[in-house]
Design a binder for this molecule. Structure first.
Ligand code: NAI
Length: 333
């Protein structure tokens, strides 16, 4: 089927947008046989940057790129959209309370959800990258009641990939040798990067870490005191070292998310709607271990969750509940 897939990117004039566009045009997200039409959605202040990126896309002469359109009108931007990457968001500015941040973003993701419901293709899938990603995805989904909630996800693949990288570094093994990593909860500092089910070349990661670090207790100390905070605060570390937030790794993770959902994957992490799995309140957009058969992510069920993991999952889920309640209290859900 040579019908192009329509991919809409919001905030396409921004940093992550710029890193995403060329990889998508090159076929890294949907595969080397799939033509794409790009819809770049911006706000008026971002239009020139997006138009410039569109000129460069033209200059790439990408064989798979059938068409690029730049717009600041949401209905036009989501017209016929099959894959929506919601990247543009309102950043937190000095003195802004969390509730104000949630409200400002509700003003973006609510109307965008409604525009998706109105204009997108019936098979549309939505990935929210812009922060606070989980709650932004919840608001977009709530504003699109006719689109199944399972079609809305928030990105925790960057956290997942960061966790793979940390374990790989500790074991001096390639990241590709590690499977069954899990990020639970919110894409925030409360997230729980979990190696309890992970395997390294088929061996339990906890056992591999114990062998490497000098015993089970040493491995647990490393996990709780080094690994978890390092992964959860990696965004701040990147800002400090690079002088600017994660861009290339964030774009790569968004591409991984969509590619694996579409092509199929045995185990990764994504924030998807809860149906009550693992005791997470129904309707929250929470990061879970997920698999895809090519038709969409589903939560991997039946994993054993010990008391340590339970406490960490509950803490992050409590934050998601508080975010949901804050937007609901302001009448935004
Ligand atoms: P950026 O500031 O470079 O770009 C954001 C772009 O969005 C700007 O061009 C702006 O004009 C546009 N924009 C703002 N409101 C919009 C709207 N209503 N409709 C369309 N476009 C709009 O920011 P950057 O670095 O590209 O990051 C984007 C978002 O991604 C931020 O919210 C950031 O916190 C988040 N992020 C999420 C990660 C994750 O793992 N989930 C990782 C890294 C960043």
């Amino acid at each position: 089927d040579a019908t192009p897939t329509t991919v809409t990117i919001t905030g396409a004039g921004g940093q992550i947008g710029y890193a995403l566009l060329f990889r998508i045009a090159a076929g890294d997200m949907l595969g080397p046989d799939r033509p794409v039409r790009l819809r770049l959605l911006e706000i008026p202040q971002g239009m020139r940057a997006a138009e410039g990126a569109a000129l460069e896309l033209m200059d790439g002469a990408f064989p798979l790129l059938s068409d690029v359109e730049v717009t600041d009108d949401a209905r036009t931007g989501f017209d016929g959209c099959n894959v929506a990457l919601l990247v543009g968001a309102r950043p937190r500015t000095a003195g802004m309370e969390r509730a104000d941040l949630l409200e400002a973003n509700a003003g973006i993701f609510g109307p965008q959800g409604a525009a998706i419901a109105h204009a997108a293709a019936p098979d549309v899938r939505v990935l929210v990258v812009g922060n606070p990603a989980n709650t932004n995805a919840l608001i977009a989904s709530a504003s699109a009641p006719d689109v199944p909630a399972e079609r809305f996800a928030a990105l925790t693949r960057l956290d997942h990939n960061r966790a793979l990288a940390q374990v790989a570094g500790a074991l001096e093994r390639p990241a590709a040798s590690i499977a069954r990593m899990t990020i639970w909860g919110n894409h925030s500092a409360t997230q729980f990067p979990d190696v309890d089910h992970a395997v390294v070349d088929g061996m339990p990661a906890r056992a591999a870490l114990a062998a490497r670090l000098g015993g089970k207790q040493a491995a647990l100390t490393w996990l709780d005191e080094t690994f978890i905070p390092r992964v959860a605060k990696r965004g701040a570390e990147i800002i400090e070292v690079r002088g600017s937030s994660s861009v290339g790794s964030a774009a790569a993770a968004a591409i991984d998310h969509v590619r694996d959902e579409t092509a199929g994957v045995a185990w990764t992490s994504a924030a998807v709607v809860s149906h009550g799995e693992y005791g997470v309140p129904e309707g929250l957009i929470c990061s879970f271990p997920v698999s895809s058969d090519g038709t969409g992510y589903r939560v991997i069920e039946g994993l054993e969750v010990d008391a340590r993991a339970r406490a960490r999952i509950d803490a992050s889920v409590a934050e998601l509940v508080a975010e949901r309640d804050a937007v609901a209290a302001r009448g935004l859900l």
